[in-house]
Structure formats: structure tokens, C-alpha cells
Design a protein around this ligand. Structure first.
Ligand code: BDR
Ligand code: CA
Length: 307
């Protein structure tokens, strides 16, 4: 499967990207970066660092540094640490991002791989909205857009009703939901069903010492944040969007047109919009947490196992 991940790395973004890099069913064509968990400059440095670590020879294109219409944002340092990778210090990557912007790169790749490209945005969805505005055919050139974001019935994680990625740029999500693209939403309804705990990161480190130990090192900060919120572990948010690209049948899906609340106290809330005339999206509503966790571990265990 040809895939581009649009990302704001971020601890669980790093988990998703290294999972995708190791998965034999995924051909990663590039990463595009966006503000969110960190500033856009830091997001790009972190994405380049992940590409280098994974030994991938793929481009990174830098995207939006702020939402489409809302004022500049505050990075989520409290969740992902000062540089985005928990307590790990910043490192300067050896390679550089493309001179092309993320929306330009997305438009070009969707044309070049018409009908084949699965786009997996796991941060605020600003770059995808900009690509849609840049090219009226972008929404149909991509095979589908599998988004980590939103929640329908589960509580929000930045307000009572809003998930962080949709709350960061609700206007962008609304552009995507109105675009006619095939959209799959992987939100808190399912991602908070799968909570990883410290022993899960021990397992990851044992399975794949190189990538697993790196993820374990950054998980401490991330787990502390979740514990401070009364959770027993951290949600498997971004990796589950990549899993949903590969195996949507692992989820109970609700098919419904969607919209995003654009102002007021419920800003960033994703809502069912049955009378909107929009193309219905598929929303992941339920899953088997044990199966999902095993799917996440599998490529680390397969790649890390001695030959
Ligand atoms: C989403 O917000 C970010 O903190 C995570 O990386 C994930 O993409 C979860 O709400
Ligand atoms: Ca993310």
C-alpha cells in the first residue's frame, strides 16, 4: 500500500511512523509535517530524525505552521515534552526537508499515484485542506484519507467534546469532510480503548532493541501525562490510524456524513451531519483492544527477531 503520513511528531506519531516503516505491507512515499504537538520547525526536525533512524530514503515536506483560520496555537509540550519526544533532547538531523511545501508535495504525489495513494494524517489536518484548495481533483486522486482525529460518542481530550487534532484546526477538518474524498475517521471512540502501559514499552524494547528502546525512552513522559489525567495507560492514537489503513475490517464502522463545529464552546467537536449532502465518512466506533495491540507489536517483533 502506497502511503504518506502527515504528522506532528509527537510520541505516538513516532510510534506510528516506525510501525509503518517496519510494516511489510506499507510503501511509505514520504512524510509531511504540520504544527500541533510541537512547532512546525520542530515537527520537521523530528520527522527527519525518524526517517534517518528508520533508514528510509524518503522525502519530508514541511507544511503549515498554524491553523487555516484560528489564531496561532500553543504546542502540546505538556503531553509530548519540550521537543516532542518526551524527555529526549533535541537532535539536529543530517538531511533537510524538500523545498516543495507539504500541500504541493501531496498534490504532486496524488497525481502521480492516482487512485493508489492512502493518505494518513495524524496531526491537525491543515496541509490536507490546503492540498484540496490547491487542486480540485486532489480529493478524488487519493484513494482515501484515514484520519487520526475527532470523537463522536467518547469524551474529548482537550475539551469535553473535542479531540486535539480537530480542535487545533476545525476549519481544515471541515474542508476535508466536505471535499467528497473517501474519509475514514479513527478517533477517541476507539483509540482510548487501547491503552499501552509501561510493560508494553518493555515488550517493544525487547522485541526491537533499536526502535523499541527509542520509543520506550520517550514513553515515560507521555505515560506520566496520561497517569496525571487518571488513565492507566496512553492511547494508541496515531498507530491505530495506520492500522486502519491496512485492516479497516478490524473496526466496527459507522457510515455517516460528518461536520466539525467551527465556533463557540464546542469548537472542534465532530458531529454527525445526516442532512448535509456530504459524502458519508466511515467512523471507527469499536475494536478489540487485544487484537489491536498485537497488530501494533507485530512488525517490531518480526523485524527485531534474530534471523
Ligand atoms: C492526537 O493528538 C496528539 O497529541 C497525538 O499525537 C494524536 O495525534 C490524539 O488526540
Ligand atoms: Ca499526532
Amino acid at each position: 500500500m502506497k502511503m504518506i503520513i502527515d504528522t506532528d511528531p509527537g510520541v505516538d506519531d513516532a510510534m506510528a511512523i516506525l510501525f509503518a516503516a517496519l510494516h511489510p505491507g506499507i510503501e511509505l512515499l514520504g512524510l509531511t509535517t504540520v504544527f500541533g504537538n510541537v512547532t512546525i520547525e520542530q515537527a520537521t526536525r523530528n520527522a527527519l530524525r525518524l526517517v534517518e533512524r528508520a533508514g528510509l530514503d524518503i522525502p519530508v515536506a514541511e507544511g503549515a505552521g498554524k491553523p487555516l483560520e484560528l489564531p496561532p496555537f500553543e504546542p502540546a509540550h505538556i503531553v509530548h515534552g519540550p521537543e516532542g519526544f518526551g524527555h529526549l533532547p533535541a537532535e539536529t538531523p543530517a538531511r533537510a526537508a524538500l523545498s516543495e511545501t507539504a500541500p504541493e508535495f501531496l498534490v504532486r504525489m496524488a497525481r502521480a499515484h492516482k487512485g493508489e495513494l492512502v493518505l494518513c494524517p495524524i496531526g491537525p489536518i491543515t496541509n490536507v485542506a490546503e492540498a484540496i484548495r490547491l487542486d480540485p481533483e486532489f480529493a478524488t486522486n487519493v484513494d482515501r484519507i484515514v484520519v487520526m482525529g475527532g470523537t463522536l460518542d467518547a469524551p474529548g481530550n482537550v475539551s469535553a467534546v473535542a479531540e486535539a487534532n480537530t480542535w487545533h484546526d476545525p476549519h481544515a477538518l471541515d474542508v476535508v469532510l466536505a471535499s467528497g474524498a473517501k474519509v475514514v475517521m479513527v478517533g477517541l471512540d476507539v483509540t482510548m480503548q487501547v491503552l499501552l502501559k509501561a510493560p508494553d514499552f518493555d515488550r517493544l524494547a525487547a522485541a526491537h532493541p533499536e526502535h523499541g528502546s527509542f520509543l520506550k525512552a520517550m514513553s515515560h513522559f507521555y505515560l506520566e501525562f496520561y497517569h496525571s489525567k487518571g488513565e492507566v495507560g496512553c492511547g494508541l492514537h496515531d498507530p491505530m490510524a495506520v492500522i486502519a489503513c491496512l485492516e479497516p475490517e478490524l473496526f466496527t464502522l459507522e457510515e455517516t456524513p460528518l461536520a466539525c463545529v467551527l465556533e463557540g464552546p464546542e469548537i472542534g467537536r465532530m458531529v454527525r451531519a445526516p442532512d448535509s449532502g456530504r459524502t458519508p465518512a466511515l467512523v471507527c466506533m469499536d475494536c478489540d483492544p487485544t487484537v489491536m495491540a498485537e497488530r501494533f507489536f507485530a512488525p517490531f517483533e518480526a523485524a527485531g527477531a534474530p534471523a
